[in-house]
Every structure is written in structure tokens, then in C-alpha cells.
Design a protein around this ligand. Structure first.
Ligand SMILES: *Cc1c(COP(=O)(O)O)cnc(C)c1O
Length: 397
């Protein structure tokens, strides 16, 4: 009997889930919410390059470049500085999974929603978690409160959120690194909404562990979570009694792929790393100090414009984040309906409140590629033109 593939019968297939769609056609949006923000056009080009093998010498070279540029944007010399495959939360989990052992005491600063996520993650890894809370969502934690918590609980690790995206607060860090060293405690910092946009100096500040994401200040789509760990954190990883209880995020394996050995761990999302390389290249081209200043300038333009429209900013000026502004929803306005109107009729996304601020504020992001005076003015014009109809309680047409 001869087999002819051309005349093979078509196998019977259950067709009930088969769709007949046109090619993907997503609209242009201006993403001025809490993230993701728009990606730079050349980052999108980099993403669409044909993939390379994840052990191709050219790709290995690109990995080294990404690591070096991450050290620059974080202002650190940390050897283990890599983009974790996954979003910011994966990198967040990596910091905790690698250094926390069941029974370790941890203090978490909670100034908003992402502090609560850190509490959840630390407790899942068996830590004994104590929290320090800001007086309200919209304020920071004082150095005195941190000192008192370290004194009382003697933790192995203090975790803080530098840029709390749920409230728009930038947590001051003056003196925190020194306190942690005095108490022989590791300092972990969430820099998801500060990396590349808000002044950040990991080594000078004595930060031992930090993580971020690709889709906020770095002008790249979501998919990678920059991660870094310093010598004190590495020493805690080396001292562990047992294995890191998360295979995928275990730095003892990942550091060989990202180090000299180049041992296979998991298939790197190579195209995401092409995109991140381009995003970091753009940031190096601009200069980190210039990027920080640009974010500051554009946020001040936004704040002044909002105030001149009679809107009230939620956070005191000295604690405000340049990347994320919380503005109070005026009396009588349906905040959700207004945000939906901006999205559906004008292609502009802004965010609503999270947790304690749900229904009380809008969250406006000016991150990375999106932090421009043109984008600020576009939003201010929309607020000026479209908000009055909502103030009277009238719904959009
Ligand atoms: C966005 C964000 C995260 C989570 O990052 P994902 O990329 O959504 O997983 C964590 N912390 C802060 C402060 C954030 O703003």
C-alpha cells in the first residue's frame, strides 16, 4: 500500500470552538492610566524582529547589554541584575521567593494597594509579617515609624514601595538604608513605577533587592520584570537551608543563564528582550538625569493645569510622584462614566481609584514615552471641554 499525503483523508475535528476572524486590528489609544503606558515606536519595531535562538551568541551579547543598561537605570553595580520573564509581579515574587525562608520575620510598609500585595506574597512564603501603615492612602511612612518597627520586630527584611501607583505617593527613603544596615536587615524596594522616571539610586541608598516592570517608565509593552539583588541579599540566598520554593524564579538557576555559564534554564522570551534592549537604549541616549527631569517637568505642567481647572490633587506636593497623579473626582461626577467616555469617544485611557480610593480619584499616568507636554495638554483640554457636562450629573450621549 502506498501512502500519499495529498490524498490523506481529513481527520474529523470538533469545530465548535473554531472562529473565523479577520487579522487583529487594535485601535490607537493614548494610555494615561496606571500602566501599561504606550510603547515607543522603535521598541515596537524591535519586538517584531525575527526571533534569535536563546543561546545564539548574538542573543547572549544582547543579554549582557540589557543587564548593563539595567544597572545604569538603577544606579547599581549588582552582579545579579536581570529581566525576569513575566510582569512586575513576577519580579516582585522573585525577590521574596529567593531570600525569604519560612519563619523569617518581615516588616512591610503599606501605603497603598501594592504594599498589601507584598504582605500577601511574603505570607505565602511562610514569613511572619508585620506591617507599618501610612496614616492614610495618600501619605507616606515616617523614618521614625520605620525605626520603631525595626527596633520592635528585628526583621530579616524590610519591604517598601518607592512609587505607590495606587495613591500617587513617592515614599521618602532618606536614612532608611542606614537603619536597615544597623539592624542587619535587608531592604527590598518596589520600583515598578519609578524606574527610568523618578530619581532612584539603589547602591547609594543601600537597597539590597529591587524589581520593576517593562510597561511603565521604560516605554516597552508588559512582559518583563527587571530584578536586581545585591551582595547582602545574595549571601542570604546562599545561606538558605532548603531550595527556593519557586523553580521558575530561582536565581540560583537563573544566574547561570545570565552569568558566564549560559546554562539553559527556560526559553527566554527573546523578542521581549529585543524590545527592552531598545527601550533601555533610548533611555541611555536621552540620559537618565534628563529623563528624570522630563518626568518632573511634565507632571508639574499637569498639576498646574489641573489646579487651574479647579480640580483638587490628592497628594501633598512634596510627596507627589511625577509618574502617577491622583486627582479627586469632583462632587456629583460619576468618575467611571467619565473615564469610559474619554476612552470610547477620545481614545484616551485614565485610571480609577484602587482599594481605599475606589470611586474617589482618577489616576493619571505620565510614564516613559508618554511623558510629553503634548500629552499633558491633550488631557487638560479634554478635562476642560468634556468634564462640565458630567459635573451637572448628565451622562454622556
Ligand atoms: C504595576 C505595579 C506592580 C505590578 O506589576 P505588574 O507588571 O502589573 O505585574 C507592582 N507594584 C507597583 C507599585 C505597580 O505599580
Amino acid at each position: 500500500m502506498t501512502l500519499s499525503p495529498l490524498s490523506s483523508p481529513v481527520e474529523t475535528v470538533d469545530e465548535s470552538h473554531r472562529l473565523h476572524l479577520g487579522a487583529i486590528a487594535t485601535p490607537e489609544r493614548l494610555l494615561l492610566g496606571p500602566g501599561p503606558s504606550n510603547a515607543h515606536p522603535t521598541v515596537l519595531e524591535a519586538l517584531s524582529r525575527p526571533p534569535l535562538g536563546h543561546l545564539d551568541p548574538l542573543y547572549l551579547e544582547l543579554m549582557t547589554e540589557v543587564q548593563e543598561m539595567l544597572r545604569y537605570v538603577w544606579q547599581t553595580d549588582n552582579r545579579i541584575t536581570i529581566p525576569v520573564s513575566g510582569t512586575g509581579s513576577a519580579a516582585m515574587e522573585a525577590t521574596i521567593a529567593n531570600v525569604i525562608e519560612a519563619g523569617d520575620t518581615v516588616v512591610v510598609g503599606v501605603i497603598g494597594y501594592f504594599g498589601l500585595r507584598l504582605v500577601d506574597m511574603c505570607s505565602r512564603y511562610g514569613a511572619v509579617v508585620h506591617t507599618i501603615e501610612s496614616p492614610s492612602w495618600g501619605e507616606a511612612i515616617s523614618l521614625e515609624a520605620i525605626a520603631e518597627a525595626l527596633e520592635t520586630h528585628r526583621p530579616a527584611l524590610l519591604a517598601l514601595v518607592h512609587a505607590e501607583t495606587s495613591t500617587g505617593v513617592c515614599q521618602p527613603l532618606d536614612g532608611v538604608g542606614e537603619l536597615c544596615r544597623q539592624h542587619d536587615c535587608l531592604l527590598l524596594l518596589d520600583t515598578v513605577t519609578s524606574l527610568g522616571a523618578v530619581p532612584l539610586r539603589l547602591d547609594a541608598w543601600g537597597v539590597d533587592l529591587a524589581y520593576s516592570c517593562s510597561q511603565k517608565g521604560l516605554s516597552c509593552p508588559p512582559g518583563l520584570g527587571p530584578f536586581t539583588m545585591g551582595p547582602r541579599a545574595e549571601a542570604k540566598l546562599d545561606r538558605r537551608q532548603g531550595k527556593v520554593p519557586n523553580w521558575y524564579l530561582d536565581m540560583s538557576g537563573l544566574k547561570s543563564y545570565w552569568g558566564k555559564e549560559r546554562t539553559y534554564h527556560h526559553t527566554a522570551p527573546v523578542n521581549m528582550n529585543f524590545g527592552l534592549r531598545e527601550a533601555l537604549r533610548l533611555l541611555c541616549d536621552e540620559g537618565l538625569g534628563q529623563a528624570w527631569a522630563r518626568h518632573r517637568r511634565n507632571s508639574e505642567r499637569l498639576w498646574a493645569g489641573m489646579e487651574s481647572l479647579g480640580l483638587e490633587l490628592h497628594v501633598a506636593r512634596e510627596l507627589r510622584l511625577p509618574t502617577l497623579t491622583t486627582v479627586r473626582i469632583p462632587e456629583g461626577v460619576d468618575g467611571r462614566a467619565f473615564a469610559l467616555h474619554l476612552l470610547n469617544s477620545h481614545g484616551v485611557e485614565i485610571g480609577g481609584g484602587l482599594g481605599a480610593l475606589a470611586g474617589k480619584v482618577w489616576r493619571v499616568g505620565l510614564m516613559g514615552y508618554n511623558s510629553t507636554p503634548e500629552n499633558v495638554d491633550r488631557l487638560l483640554n479634554l478635562l476642560a471641554d468634556e468634564l462640565p457636562a458630567f459635573r451637572s450629573g448628565a451622562a454622556a450621549a
